[in-house]
Write a protein that binds this ligand. Structure first.
Ligand SMILES: Nc1nc2c(ncn2[C@@H]2O[C@H](COP(=O)(O)OP(=O)(O)OP(=O)(O)O)[C@@H](O)[C@H]2O)c(=O)[nH]1
Ligand SMILES: [Mg+2]
Length: 464
C-alpha cells in the first residue's frame, strides 16, 4: 500500500524556536538560521522527512508572526463571510494593500490554508499576552488542526500552566511540552504521536514515520555500541614487544602506543558524533564531557583515572610509566633489567598474563607492553558517557554530565574485553590484526555486553 504525504506548517510568534524545532525534527542542525532575536526567518522553507516505504512528511518553517492585533482589526473591518474563516483569510491574502502591510503574516496564512496541520510554537516563558491570543484566533480562522508546542518549558520562568489554561479556553487541547530537550528521541516521538491522534486521515504516514524513526534510533545505537566495542578491542588487544633491557626503546614504544591510542579514541569520538549528527563545533555545550571534540583530560594521567574513580594502583611503578602493563609471562623472565620493582610484582593482580609457555620461550629477553586495565576501563567509561550525552543532547537538564561513581567503574571489564587480552589479532592496531571472523563475533558480543551494562547502570547526568 502506498502511503501519502502529510504537510505540516510550523508557525508562531517570532523568536519562539520554530526553526530550532524544524532542526530537531529533521535531525538537521544546518537547517535554516537560528538566532536569539525576532525576524530571523524571512521566508517559508520546506524540509522533507522520508521514511522507508515512501511515507513523506513535509515540514514548513515560517517567518514569525508579529502583527496579529492589527490583522484582527483589518479582518473585523471587512464585511461578509463572518462565519467562513478560510474565506476571510483568503480575502486578506488576495488584497494587494493587506499583502504589503501584513507581508509575513499573509504568507504564513497562505501556508496555513495549504497544509494538513499546524504546529503552533509558544515561548512558554512569555506571559499569555493578548497578541498571542490574537495570533491563535487568526490561525484558528484557517480551519486547520493545530497542535500547540510549548517550548522552553525547562526554563525556571516557564508559565506552562497558564499557557495550558489559555489554550484550553480557545479549544486547543492538543498541547505538547518541549524544552531544550527537543532532541530527546522520546519527546520527538511523542510529538508525532500527538499529530497522529489529531489526524485520522494521515495515520498511515505518521505510523510509517514513527516506525522508521524508532528503527533508525535502534540502528544508530547499535552502530554506536559497535564503535565503542571496536575501540575497546583495538586497545585491549594492542601489544608491542620490546627488549627487556632497553629502557630507551621501551619508553619510545610506550610513547608511540599512547599516541596511537589517543588517535584511536578520537576516531571513536568522531564516529559517535557523526552517528548522532553532531560536529566537533557542537562541543561548546556544557552538557558534554568534552570540548571542541576532544576530551579535556589525558587518558594516561593518573589524575584522570582518579577523577573517574578508577583505582590506579598496580601499574604506576613500571618504568614505562602510567597506564602501561608489562606482560608477566615474559617480562618476568627478565627481571634483572630492573624495570620491575618488587612492589610492582606484588601488584601482579593488575598485570596482564597473556603469554603462554610457548610464547615465553619465543620471547625470552623480550617484554610485551600492553595497556593497563584501568585505562581500558576509563576508555569504556568515557565513550559510554559520551554516547549517553549524545542520545540526550539538547536535553533541558542544566546539570553537567558527571562521571559515574568509582564503584560502577571499578567493576571488572566485560568478559570479551578480558578475552581480547589473549587475542592480538583482534586489534586493528597490531600488524595482521583487526580483520577476522573471531574479531567480528567478539565485536557483536561486546556491543551486547556494553548495552546490558548501560541498561543496568545508566550513565549519570540526571539531576542531583
Ligand atoms: N533553551 C532553549 N532555547 C531554544 C529552544 N528553542 C529555541 N531556542 C533558542 O531560541 C532562539 C530563537 O530560536 P529560533 O529557532 O531562531 O526561533 P524562530 O521562532 O525560528 O525565530 P524567527 O525565525 O525569528 O521567528 C535561539 O536562540 C534558539 O537557540 C529550546 O527549546 N530551548
Ligand atoms: Mg526561524
Amino acid at each position: 500500500m502506498s502511503v501519502g504525504k502529510l504537510r505540516i506548517a510550523v508557525v508562531g510568534h517570532t523568536n519562539t524556536g520554530k526553526t530550532s524545532l524544524v532542526r530537531t525534527l529533521t535531525h538537521n542542525r544546518a537547517f535554516g538560521e537560528v538566532r536569539d532575536r525576532g525576524g530571523t526567518t524571512r521566508r517559508i522553507v520546506a524540509s522533507e522527512l522520508v521514511a522507508d516505504g515512501g511515507a513523506r512528511i513535509e515540514l514548513f518553517d515560517s517567518p514569525g508572526l508579529e502583527n496579529a492585533p492589527e490583522l484582527i482589526d483589518w479582518l473585523d473591518r471587512q464585511a461578509g463571510d463572518r462565519h467562513d474563516g478560510p474565506a476571510r483569510i483568503r480575502r486578506l491574502i488576495d488584497d494587494p494593500d493587506a499583502a504589503v502591510r501584513f507581508d509575513h503574516e499573509s504568507r504564513v496564512l497562505e501556508l496555513m490554508l495549504d497544509v494538513d496541520v499546524a504546529l503552533y510554537v509558544i515561548d512558554a516563558r512569555e506571559p499569555v499576552l493578548e497578541k498571542y491570543q490574537d495570533e491563535l484566533a487568526v490561525l484558528g480562522l484557517c480551519a486547520r488542526p493545530i497542535v500547540a508546542v510549548l517550548n522552553f518549558t525547562a526554563s525556571t520562568d516557564s508559565r506552562e500552566a497558564q499557557w495550558r489554561d489559555a489554550l484550553a479556553r480557545v479549544q486547543l487541547h492538543t498541547v505538547l511540552a518541549f524544552d531544550a530537550a527537543v532532541r530527546d528521541p522520546a519527546t520527538e516521538l511523542a510529538l508525532f504521536e500527538k499529530l497522529k491522534s489529531q489526524l485520522d486521515r494521515h495515520a498511515d504516514v505518521l505510523s510509517a514515520w514513527l516506525d522508521f524513526r524508532r528503527a533508525e534510533e535502534h540502528r544508530r545505537r547499535q552502530a554506536a555500541l559497535e564503535a565503542v566495542a571496536s575501540l575497546l578491542l583495538d586497545v585491549a588487544a594492542f601489544v608491542r614487544e620490546v627488549d627487556s633491557d632497553n629502557d630507551a626503546a621501551k619508553e619510545r614504544t610506550w610513547r608511540e602506543m599512547r599516541e596511537t591510542i589517543h588517535r584511536r579514541e578520537q576516531a571513536c569520538v568522531d564516529t559517535l558524533l557523526e552517528l548522532y549528527r553532531f560536529g566537533r563545533e557542537d562541543y561548546d555545550d556544557e552538557q558534554l564531557p568534552v570540548s571542541e571534540g576532544r576530551w579535556q583530560a589525558d587518558l594516561f594521567d593518573p589524575e584522570t583515572l582518579r577523577h573517574y574513580g578508577i583505582r590506579a594502583s598496580g601499574y604506576a611503578a613500571f618504568g614505562a610509566g602510567a597506564g602501561a602493563a608489562i606482560d608477566v609471562g615474559t617480562g618476568g623472565l627478565s627481571l634483572g633489567a630492573g624495570t620491575m620493582t618488587g612492589a610492582a610484582i606484588g601488584a601482579g593482580a593488575g598485570l596482564v598474563r597473556s603469554a603462554g609457555s610457548r610464547l615465553v620461550n619465543q620471547l625470552r629477553g623480550r617484554e610485551r607492553l600492553q595497556v593497563d586495565d584501568a585505562v581500558v576501563r576509563l576508555l569504556m567509561a568515557r565513550s559510554m558517557e559520551l554516547l549517553a550525552a549524545l542520545v540526550r543532547r539538547g536535553h533541558g537538564n542544566p546539570a553537567r554530565i558527571r562521571a559515574r561513581t568509582g564503584q560502577a567503574l571499578d567493576r571488572r571489564l566485560p568478559r570479551t574485553v578480558r578475552r581480547a587480552r589473549h587475542h592480538p589479532r583482534w586489534s586493528a592496531l597490531n600488524a595482521d590484526g583487526g580483520v577476522s571472523n573471531s574479531r567480528a563475533s567478539a565485536l557483536t558480543e561486546l556491543a551486547r555486553e556494553l548495552d546490558e551494562r548501560a541498561a543496568e547502570d545508566p550513565v549519570s547526568g540526571e539531576q542531583g
